[in-house]
Design a protein. Sequence first.
Length: 147
Amino acid sequence: MLDNFRFHYPIRVRYSEIDGQKIVFNAHYSTYVDVASTEYFREVIGANWMELAETNTFDIVLAKITLEYHQPAKLDDLLHVYCRVKRIGKSSLTCSYVIAREGTNDILVTADAIQVSYNNEKGKSQPIPEDIIHKIKEYEGIKLETV
């Protein structure tokens, strides 16, 4: 399963992220996914990724996320959050995620998220720029489903 992912980002579980059962509180997994998304696009798009958001050229907002919990993470676990774009639409991307414990094949969480290209000035979605689509396809090294 992890062979399908070229990108991952490490996150260590901190004390403030665990709950009364001494496992990661479920809402933090969404944060882990968000952090990995940011780092994925930093890697794929490049150093100017923040400029693209500030100029309303390319910025994404979360439209939908689904998380499936398989095993809990615990304090001080080093997690790898794997991320890949699996679908590109006209103005949206579907990303897949796997959160795994480092050094094991333990898959803790799987997730899918739909991210929408958003123009903050206009307050609505906008098409994903062709050069961004090209960079994603090139990075992933596969033919992505497009709509």
